[in-house]
Design a protein. Sequence first.
Length: 132
Amino acid sequence: MVSPFSQLSSNDLRHLEAARGFSGFGLHDDAWNELEEVHLTARAAADVLALRVEILLAKDKTDHARSVAAGAVRMHREAARCHYVLALVEARSGDFSAAKASLAAAFKVAPELRTAALDDDRLTEFWRTLGE
């Protein structure tokens, strides 16, 4: 269960958006540091955890990413983004069966993610294996 204090304030949202921007430009250390500015009680928010996983994956810290993603899914069972980033971790690790299950969970909550997933370069190998 997620703490009611994990909601993001307007200041936390600014830090999250800045972190997304840094990450989008490949400035992963800056993105991580920006997430450290999110209030301690809001760091367990689904969007914060999901971005942390994406940063960890970009930095090739797959084991750490798996731990964060698994925790995010436990805390946010209805957050499609958490299931999606867990699928990214599983696909990176070559566990395509688990990635498929995580994507199915994400799509169940947010069917619109299907189109984004098809275009996500991080899932290219996953999609290729499904076609075999």
